[in-house]
Design a protein. Structure first.
Length: 132
């Protein structure tokens, strides 16, 4: 199971938990890898679900999070990177639709996020492992 399955499971099992997945939330949704999407999703979490556990689903460099969350007034947060091997990621993306994917760019971005997460000491979960 991937990040969608994991987020849905957490929301179903944790009282007052909310999953904010920006894809399609706004008519002009910026790409998942921009600071703007994190700002929009976090503002939504703070405005609508303040005091709750919110899972904000973005693909942002972890090194940007402390400053961004501080500016948005978020005081308690944890970054968890959900990852999987390239073969699993490609299989999942291709199952969703027949869209054209630039797997080299996707792999490069996944490497950047993984490297930054490990350097920061963030929790990294491999979603290709069934027990996840």
């Amino acid at each position: 199971s991937g990040k969608t399955t994991l987020a849905e499971m957490l929301v179903s099992q944790i009282e007052n938990a909310h999953w904010i997945h920006p894809d399609g939330l706004w008519s002009n949704t910026p790409t998942m890898a921009t600071e703007a999407i994190l700002a929009q999703a976090t503002e939504l979490a703070v405005r609508q679900h303040s005091g709750s556990l919110c899972i904000v689903d973005c693909q942002i460099r972890p090194s940007l999070l402390p400053t961004m969350f501080d500016q948005l007034g978020v005081r308690h947060w944890t970054h968890v990177l959900l990852t999987c091997p390239r073969s699993v990621r490609e299989g999942r993306l291709l199952q969703r639709d027949s869209g054209a994917y630039d797997f080299a760019t996707i792999d490069n971005w996944a490497s950047i996020l993984l490297g930054e997460s490990r350097r920061r000491g963030d929790l990294v979960l491999d979603t290709s492992i069934e027990s996840t």
